[in-house]
Design a protein around this ligand. Structure first.
Ligand code: B1N
Length: 840
């Protein structure tokens, strides 16, 4: 219009749109063909779907570069605090669709692609997702990056650019088979390498004391070898804002100059060998969800990315600041679990050894800078490194940890004199049998805030594993309940429901999720409820087609879709779900006229490759499915599907189609869960225990809209304290006995009695996660589910109310809490300047 035209003539800072930035349909269409030719080197006639995907990806990237570079530039120059989110995992999921949503150009691009005779959804589905995480923890980091940008907070995510992410899962003969994930093999259009910002990282060797020119006592680290870290940057655009923060992932390479000596001596193989070793460092993501393995390579990975990231922050800081005195005023560093906790010691090393700070001021800066998020109470998941490995790999860091520990224990001694047990539980060094470095203790001591990820979890932290730290510094402890981004987990993944909701209440809910509350006014509107059911039905039909295509099982889209998707772990109790399935099977076999709604049980999830029991649980699910799906007596009333290779992309298909969300972990074991939020946001009802964020979800949606069962955390402790005897439940519960006996006798394993017996034995003689204790309560609750589902009007009411009351679980709310209570950071709005008018 006239005014903005005038403004653009008068204001030289207004972007002038061209072939690389223009957002009209015709420009986009031409830009895709242009990129197809000049980047992919293809004519349309010979281009593959992947070529078109790449051409479109570059077209979209062009359109966010302006925002990205302006954001980076602004953050460099402004004296405002930035967040550095340190995480060994970022499970970002495919970028294309999400960037179209956040750029708010989905419709134009869809049209432009259509005019080229292509289908946007197909191109979106062509993208290989970067599987740089295991599960909830990595996905949380990704949701948080989306919210940081959407809230216009200056931020950077630091992590590792694994060459192989989480393995691809195939199912062969009902077993999991792992295939390496070659996510980079066809190129990654979303990243830009920045070799000019490479940094060096020391490993091994020894330390040496010396006196500097001013007579000060100092230490230097003479490493055995040096690895180069090269940053790869990916833009993370916020929703309908100009802020595009950076995800900076480090790749390792040999530092060429280092082994030149060897090379010159003729040891060509030795020189190349060290190159191979350095490049191995970030080859592969460790595929363990919770129990961690104390492998040396993993410690190398952790130190590598932490060291690179801290050097990077310091370098950036010193561009506009003359010293590091105000480092803590311009940086808030969050430790995503203990995986990056060595950062506490590394920042001390950089301040004291490299920048020559005295210990005390350096410690003040360090403690003010860090925050630590704990994600688990499972004792086997608490990271500890054998002292021998730690000292050999990071000799200087170990010295610094000893110094931190000595000074810390001195303070403890003053507060709790003569309390040896307190001292040994608080010490960073575990001296029980073998010696270990305890990373959670280092993280607690070096951070000014410590948080759990759901209210219950944060309370349990204070009562159990971090009890002694809580007694020492209660003011450090806080809670931030997890959240998920509604952009990916609703707008992108469930366009039909997005459309229906937006028709009713407008679109402000997308970044103000509390506004979903307004849906409550339509809960009594029968025609709205029928539209609501219609949407769910269509989404279920899509998933049914996908299931048939992928695993060849025909499922009834009108049946109740009962879904459990998450990593396979005994504490998550996928096998309790199976006990219910077999219970229904037995009931239907004995009473074919039983009036229960047909159900489709859908599972998905990966097992850690070395986790024996988890792999058996997958075999149990697929075996039970083989029998049930092919039993003509059932007349298709029950189906059991195991969807292979559960990942972000598949999650986007599954959450919208679920009727029932299974959140059935043993109370006190699941720190939060985030899948629980995604299901409920998409209108599924939850059957769940009082665990993790389930407690808060139930509080929000109302007890009457949630299927609760099972022991509470104190009851679990109570049962265990009296010597839990699982056999007793088997002896006294006939139906449970029938279920376990059916597994034992080889009914689901073609007569093979050994195959599934380890699961049965574990339940009868140990049952650490109390499946048998919770069995009856679960079955009863499932009966209520079936009753509720029979009354479709009632079910729709409950479903609408679940969605309407999910406002709290936006990651925007979580991030706002981190900003206010932990990081003390403010938003900065980004002004756009054309690349050819400034900074040129
Ligand atoms: O972190 C999620 C929570 O919602 C889940 O409840 C929690 O289980 C999950 C070692 C972990 N805790 N610990 C891990 C991941 C990888 C690894 O190598 C531990 N993941 C969680 C987000 O808060």
């Amino acid at each position: 219009d006239h005014l903005s035209l005038m403004a653009s003539i008068l204001n030289p800072n207004v972007t002038i749109e061209d072939d690389r930035t223009g957002l009209d349909i015709e420009t986009i269409r031409r830009a895709v063909l242009d990129n197809l030719f000049y980047i992919q080197g293809k004519f349309p006639a010979i281009a593959t779907k992947h070529d078109f995907y790449m051409a479109l990806a570059y077209t979209v990237r062009d359109r966010l570069l302006q925002r990205w570079l302006n954001s980076v530039q602004t953050n460099l120059k402004k004296d405002v605090k930035s967040v550095a989110y340190l995480s060994a995992e970022f499970l970002v999921g495919p970028h294309l669709g999400n960037n179209l949503i956040n750029l708010d150009i989905y419709q134009q691009v869809e049209q432009a692609i259509k005019e080229s005779g292509l289908n946007l959804q197909e191109l979106i589905d062509t993208e290989e997702e970067p599987g740089l995480g295991n599960g909830g923890l990595g996905r949380l980091a990704a949701c948080y990056l989306d919210s940081l940008s959407s809230l216009e907070i200056p931020a950077i995510g630091y992590g590792i650019r694994y060459e192989f992410g989480i393995f691809d899962q195939h199912i062969q003969d009902g077993w999991q088979v792992e295939i390496t994930d070659k996510w980079l093999q066809y190129g990654n259009p979303w990243e830009i390498a920045r070799p000019e910002s490479s940094v060096m990282v020391n490993f091994g060797g020894r330390t040496e004391a010396y006196t500097d020119d001013h007579g000060a006592f100092r230490v230097r680290w003479i490493p055995e070898y040096v690895v180069k870290g090269i940053p790869y940057d990916t833009p993370i655009l916020g929703y309908k804002v100009n802020t595009a923060n950076t995800l900076r992932l480090w790749r390792s390479e040999a530092c060429e100059s280092f082994n030149f000596e060897r090379f010159n001596q003729g040891d060509y193989y030795g020189a190349v060998d060290s190159k191979v070793h350095s490049e191995n460092l970030c080859k592969v993501l460790y595929p363990n969800d919770e129990p961690i393995q104390g492998k040396e390579l993993r410690l190398q990975q952790q130190y590598f990315f932490v060291c690179c990231s801290l050097q990077d922050m310091i370098r950036t800081h010193l561009i506009e600041n003359s010293s590091l005195d105000n480092f803590d005023q311009l940086w808030a560093i969050q430790l995503n679990d203990t995986h990056p906790a060595v950062a506490v010691a590394e920042l001390m090393r950089l301040l004291v050894d490299v920048h020559h700070y005295e210990w005390e001021p350096a410690w003040q800066i360090t403690e003010n800078t860090f925050g630590y998020t704990n994600h688990t109470l499972l004792p086997e998941a608490l990271e500890k490194w054998p002292l021998s490995i730690f000292g050999r790999l990071l000799p200087r860091l170990l010295e610094i940890i000893y110094e931190i520990n000595n000074r810390f224990l001195e303070r403890v001694r003053i507060k709790f004199p003569d309390n040896g047990s307190k001292m040994s539980s608080l010490s960073i060094i575990d001296e029980s049998d073998d010696k270990y470095v305890r990373m959670a203790n280092l993280a607690c001591i070096g951070s000014h805030r410590i948080n759990g990820v759901a209210q219950l979890h944060s309370e349990l932290l204070k009562e159990t594993i971090l009890h002694d730290f809580y007694a020492l510094f209660p003011e450090k402890f806080t809670n931030v309940t997890n959240g998920v981004t509604p952009r990916r987990w609703m707008v992108l993944s469930n366009p039909r429901l997005t459309e229906l909701i937006t028709q009713k209440i407008g679109n402000r809910w997308i970044n103000h999720l509390d506004e979903l509350k307004q849906l409550e006014q339509f809960v009594d509107d029968a025609s709205f409820r029928s539209q609501w059911r219609q949407v769910k039905q269509e989404v279920k039909q899509d998933l049914a087609k996908y299931i048939e295509k992928k695993v060849g099982i025909v499922v009834n889209p009108a049946s109740l879709f009962d879904v459990q998707v998450k990593r396979i772990h005994e504490y998550k109790r996928q096998h309790l779900n199976v006990l219910h399935i077999i219970t229904l099977y037995n009931r239907l076999k004995h009473n074919p006229n039983l009036d229960i709604p047909p159900r489709t049980f859908i599972f998905g999830g990966k097992a850690a490759p070395g986790y024996f029991m988890a792999k058996r649980i997958i075999k149990l699910i697929t075996s039970v499915g083989d029998v049930i799906n092919n039993d003509p007596d059932l007349k298709d009333r029950l189906k059991v599907v195991f969807l292979p290779d559960y990942n972000v992309t598949l999650g986007q298909r599954v959450y919208p189609a679920a009727d029932l969300s299974e959140q059935i972990s043993t109370a006190g074991k699941e720190a939060s869960g985030t899948g629980n939020m995604k299901f409920s946001l998409n209108g599924a009802l939850t059957i769940g225990t009082l665990d993790g964020a389930n407690v808060e979800i139930r509080e929000e949606v109302g007890a009457e809209n949630f299927f609760l069962f099972g022991l509470t955390t104190p009851q679990v402790a109570e049962v265990k304290s009296h010597g839990y005897y699982p056999r007793g439940h088997y002896d006294s519960n006939e139906e449970l006995r029938g279920v376990l006996d059916l597994i034992s006798c080889g009914f689901f394993s073609r007569g093979n009695r050994e195959l599934l017996q380890p699961i049965v034995d574990n339940l009868l003689y140990d049952d650490p996660y109390l499946l048998l204790a919770d069995y009856q309560s679960y079955i009863n609750s499932q009966e209520e589910v079936s009753e509720a589902y029979k009354d479709q009007e009632r079910w729709s009411r409950m479903s609408i109310l679940n969605v309407a009351r999910m406002g709290k679980f936006s990651s925007d709310r979580s991030i706002q809490e981190y900003c206010d209570n932990i990081w003390k950071v403010q938003p900065v709005s980004i002004k756009l300047q054309a690349y050819n008018q400034e900074n040129a």
